[in-house]
Design a binder for this molecule. Sequence first.
Ligand SMILES: [Zn+2]
Length: 404
Amino acid sequence: MLVVRGALVVDGTGARPGLATVVIEDGRISAIGPDARITIPKGATVIEGDGHTLLPGLIDCHIHYCLDAGPDSLRSLEQDDPTVTAVKAVTHARATLEGGVTTVRDVGSRDHISISVTRAIRAGIIPGPRTLNAGLAICMTGGHAWFIGRQTDGMDDVVKAVQEQVRAGADVIKFIATGGVLTPGTSPGAAQLTLEELTAGVAEAARAGRRVAAHAHGAEGMKNAIRAGVHSIEHGTLLDDEAIELFLTHGTFLVPTLSAIQSGCEMGKQGGMPDYAVQKSVALGGEQKKTFLKAVKAGVRIAMGTDAGTPFNPHGRNAQELRRMVEFGMTPMQAVEAATHSAATLLGLENELGTIEAGKQADLILVNGNPLDDIALLQEPKNVVYVIQGGRIVKGEAGSSTRR
Ligand SMILES: [Zn+2]
């Protein structure tokens, strides 16, 4: 039994934070309430939370365990020895968990490596977040990320590609609806898979009970994907008014991945990112600031996703995305909700994860200070003093807790 006492609790629901004690039994939250009202069970391990904030474990809806955040990480993945990539992916999973992220969605790996890594996490062989996988991203021939994705030719082949990912163990399906930054010769604004192909793919995913994420920067491809019925648009950088209307009427989530584009803008040139990728990042970077705020103001549902593993966007610093969300116009509370309750809802896990409520899985983080006063503190792994996953302490000094 585990108890966190006296921390400021930001519970993920948007409710006003307050000091509380949280009791964890059998991997789940069994009680939460003001310190005076909760009796601490005999034999429980108690973590003293004074001066700290307790939040739901963060959820990142867009990462790539296979990518190492180097200056040309997508192309270098193609050239790396797959065994080395697998070893890197193991270290990335651990870093992510230690950064306070207890659930992720990997939306594209090479050779299904992320699915294998996830199996090792689920078996308890290596530490890592709860992970949903897309397997290979499904694109058109020569489409964005083709050199590690599954290239398709027409509707029938898209359907087959979906079936292949399900067979390999994918929990979710990822389509490429426009060009991308890190693939030479593709334009982020240009539509790729067609409306018909996307519709056929979404229908096949639905038959298998899988949700769908679509990579889209440009408005045309984004609208195709929303009309086809995808659950989330990844990036959404060049959305226009019509796209916003579609987001709202379909209830589609936006996963903005500000960190991917903005890290490229800030560090790409001096860091050795290829010129074409720097140019595309800079062209998208200014637009993203405006379109993100527009989407927030319009009330588009937003779930946090970093694109961790893309250049200068390392695993473990995922919470830099919350800092950027706030810099670009969200309140700190909105950013926390995007990374907890909203993200859990996009993943279909809102009954189990994303808020601190009795009955939910005990995935929790205890951080130094108050992120609602300074959201940037979350991005430093050293400020995440405890990570609790399914009721188990997976990061934190056992010595600073006491046994009753
Ligand atoms: Zn990505």
